[in-house]
Design a protein around this ligand. Sequence first.
Ligand code: 7RM
Length: 656
Amino acid sequence: MVERDVEKTIEALLEERRTFVPPEEFTKQANVSDDSFYEQAEADPDAWWASQAERLHWFQKWDHVLRRDPPHHEWFVGGKLNASYNCLDRHLEENGERVAYHWIGEPGDKRTITYAELHRDVSKLANALKSLGVRRGDRVAIYLPMIPELPAAMLACARIGAAHSVVFGGFSAESLKDRINDADCKVLITADGSYRRGGLVPLKQSTDEAVKDCPSIEKVVVVQRTAEDIDWIDERDVWYHELLKDASIDCPAEEMDSEDMLFILYTSGTTGKPKGIVHTTGGYMTGVSSTHNLVFDLKPEVDVYWCAADIGWVTGHSYIVYGPLANGATSVMYEGAPDHPDKDRWWQIIDEYDVSILYTAPTAIRTFMKWGTDYPAKHDLSSLRLLGSVGEPINPEAWIWYQEFIGGGKTPVVDTWWQTETGAIAITALPGVSTLKPGSATRPYPGVFADVVDEKGESVGLGGGGYLVLTRPFPSMFRTIFGDDERYVKTYFDKYGNETYFPGDGAKLDEEGYYWLLGRVDDVMNVSGHRISTYEVESALVDHHGVAEAAVVGRKHPKEGETIVAFVTPKGDVTGDESLMKELREHVGKVIGKIARPQSIIFTDDLPKTRSGKIMRRLLRDVAEGRDLGDVTTLQNAPILDEIRAKSESQKASEG
Ligand code: 7RM
């Protein structure tokens, strides 16, 4: 009986007890300084979301806030608006000269773009796209590096009512081709190339390779970034700067329906082809504007905000482009790698631009930890007043390091849980009011309703672990998977029915109702009937002073269900040897319990990660079980897998 209950849920093994109350001075000036928004949203969620939609400019107001038709819902029904208008035009009169982006190229070139300048470029490009035959309702693919033309291209599409599909500039020709064909894109906007870690990325070459198998593409617009030699197809290719030269700056924004598609963004599931996540205009813009304002405590007149993600991911869509621009923020946008020319590039940028809000991912933080504190220590980071984290569970060790060495021990750190599917932050601290617990994203954002349930859908209650669910629709949720609504219903609403969205993440609720997100459910192991999340073991490993980063997977075992295999990157000057192995096993035993001790530990200089920095445990499972590797197309650092595999094989042999 007891044993079965244990099996059904993810056990809450790891206990983080440190808490941080918001500094008084922070609360005093904060956009949220008491619980009234939470209360308001709890009492009347529709009215709350309507109040947040009022942050936007609507050409025509909605008739209904929410039209329910589970699992298909519509928000702000009958309302008309334009995302580009909201990001640009409405700021012009009072704040046209405000900087939208301080852009920094990797080689050191810089551009400062005001709202008025961005409006001009976007309007011209929008007219140019029309002249190429792009119409309202069409799809446009965008395959660009982190240059100002990227947000401009997105906003130009939005302006004329064409949906964009941004494909991350690090993806291969093959991935680009699949995404273009799935969405039937008419035009592709790309660049001749880009810079990465001092090298050149031949984007146009990948484009040419992809587009020869993309029958729907009529024109390819090329931004000149590197001025390297490229192949050119006269009937198809057109230079961005030449298009803009003759284009009129007068391009009124289309009045779009609230539920008209704003963009498609592909996200790869664990299996199958990438899913084209569809976001619509009114709900998405409401969600990103609201969360960007409250979670980051934005003061658009004074803050310099930096979300260090790539726009090719949803984090960049929502928190480099649409959220910050809708809110009239001044952002930093950086093209390149954090270690070019040296490992202090970010800290140098923060110092130079007086960045006050920084938003990044745990994987980046752990990399900085590995590089050591000398790099941030070389620069004045005192302008920072708020830090954010996204993308993975942040282990307490990294959280504390981030606050201490980047935030000077004074800044709140907001851990923000969300997905491509949710469009905007869904579970998060609000920095003026939340008592923070390192490793917990605290609680649902006002107007978001969540729970943690067991296999049958019963709430596990305080102190329990299980599956995260979102139990009420909110505006920024995606509407469907492009071209495959059946898959939408099956993937997200099969497990618990049409009323309950299943994000696929494990979570636990502590005694105070804080949410601890444990990563993908597929990353939960079953060790002798105990459900243990890989994240908890990783977190315990990283808690050891010799460890920079760790990834943990389960290996099938005839007796125990699974045994735990850990892949560990030691810190710079630490050697991964037998004695460290022994110490780490003991350490995990102490922090979590004997049951969670890894059976094998493999030391490696790096871990296989997606291009957005998430550890690909699926591939490590393949390695641990000696299988052929599954799909590796989204892998960032392929060679490391061969190294890890060789080590794993030789270790398995020696373990017998
Ligand atoms: C924004 C983004 C979504 C998945 C999600 C989680 C994981 C994201 C956190 C997190 C723990 C967090 N979109 N995830 N944020 N896990 N704590 N704060 O990353 O579509 O690329 O990924 O990322 O598993 O389901 S995404």
